[in-house]
Every structure is written in C-alpha cells, then in structure tokens.
Unconditional design. Structure first.
Length: 252
C-alpha cells in the first residue's frame, strides 16, 4: 500500500477511535453525574443527608433533595448549586416546578396515612372533596377554622385532621391533642379543646401524634393550620368555608 494512503488510513482510524473515546467518556460521565453531584456536596458538607439526586427538566441541572430539608439544584459537575424554586416559562404562563414536586411528594406521604389515625369530620351527604388539615389545638386560627367545619361539611368538604402540636412532642399542647386522639369520642374531644374547654388528660400508648408531627415536618408544614388538598397542594393558614369552596371549585 502506498505510504500516502497508509498515512491517510491511519489518520482516519485515529480520528474514529478518538471520537469513540469521547462518546464513551461522555456516556460514563452521564451515568455518574448523580454520584458526582452527591460526592461533591458531601465532600464539602458531610452533615448533609441527601434523599435523592436526579436530573431536572432544566438541561445541566440536577435536583438534590435533602432529607427533611429543601430541594437544591446542582450543576452536573457538582461545583455549583442553587437554593430556590425552579420555574418554567411557557405560553400558558409561569409554572413553579419545585412546588409541583412538593405537591406530588405530599400526596404520596398522605396516601400512606390510615383513616383510623385521623380525626375526620364528614359531610352528611355526598363528599365532593377532602382536605387534610395539620392542626394544633391552641393556635387561634386553628380554632377559628374549626368553627368553619360545619359549613365546610355542608358544602360537601370532608375535613381530615392530623396532629401538629407546634410546641413539639412532649409539650403541653402535645398532651392536649394526644388526649383528643386517645378519647372515646375524638371528634367531640378535639371540638371541646378548640372551644378552649378542658378534657381529661389521657396520653395513651401508641397514639399517632408524634408520627403525625414528624410527617408534617416531612410535608413542609411550618405553621398551623396547614391545609393539604387531594393533589398535594398546601394552603397555609386560615380559610373560611366560602374561600375553601371557591379554591376547590365547589359551588355553595
């Protein structure tokens, strides 16, 4: 084979091998991006507890969910991260993608809670919607919202209470709300407490209040009342029956 042709063939082979090497390297980097992001963050902050690392919808960014913490967005090399919500911009408007993920996570969390562990106020007629409410018995707006429960039931809204004693497990508020969960008639007991009346102190073994308090923290509850809709969306704070019905699209 003439030298010129041999040299050209060799050059072609070298170029092909180089391209193949680059493709293999890119593929390997893509496969290890999650580990690389996790490793970089833990190298700088060994105290971070990372639940998951996965690609985000934004090219080049990875979602890093901290256990009992916020959602971070890290570059694929792990050298930079952003603390904040990620939004998409489209013809239909601006969408908070991070909040959508939190909604889905809350929906999954609440799906595992048994009705037997809730204090539920159900409509007499058809149930048009259900709302889970993380509640405390001593907060003013929890008491005010409870006064709206009959009207909410009348509108076809089922209220499912979960306990969230804001002062923490072991506090006086915890003992009060746990006593309601342990009462022979929990609905009556929690109503009495929210009307600022006393009930017998009865913190029974195995009550779910501590677990529900922890669940609320995982769900992002920062205050009470915190209302969670069926799709996982959280509405913090007090809402009247009329306002809640409007948010749910239920005509009164």
């Amino acid at each position: 084979m003439p030298f010129a042709k041999l040299r050209a063939l060799t050059a072609t082979l070298i170029a092909a091998l180089a391209l193949a090497g680059l493709a293999t390297m890119s593929y390997a980097e893509e496969d290890s991006a999650e580990d690389r992001v996790r490793g970089k963050l833990l190298q700088s902050r060994p105290d971070f507890q990372i639940s998951s690392v996965q690609p985000s919808v934004a090219p080049g960014l990875y979602e890093v969910q901290l256990t009992n913490g916020p959602l971070l967005y890290a570059t694929e090399d792990g050298d930079f991260f952003i603390l904040g919500d990620l939004y998409s911009v489209g013809v239909g408007g601006i969408v908070n993608l991070a909040e959508q993920q939190r909604d889905m996570a809350r929906k999954v969390l609440l799906a595992d809670v048994s009705r037997e562990d809730m204090i539920i106020f159900s409509p007499q007629g058809d149930t048009k919607a259900s709302v889970t409410v993380f509640t405390d018995v001593d907060c003013f707006y929890c008491q005010k919202l409870h006064n709206e429960v009959p009207a909410m039931n009348e509108a076809g809204i089922e209220i499912r209470y979960l306990a969230y004693p804001r002062a923490g497990v072991g506090s006086e508020s915890y003992r009060k709300i746990a006593s309601a969960w342990c009462a022979a008639d929990p609905n009556d007991a929690i109503t009495r407490l929210k009307n600022r009346k006393k009930i017998p102190d009865n913190v029974c073994p195995g009550n779910p209040v501590a677990d529900q308090y922890m669940l609320g923290q995982h769900a992002g509850v920062r205050g009470t009342p915190a209302l969670v809709l069926e799709n996982g969306q959280m509405l913090p704070g007090y809402l009247s029956a009329a306002d809640l019905s409007e948010r749910l699209g239920i005509a009164q």
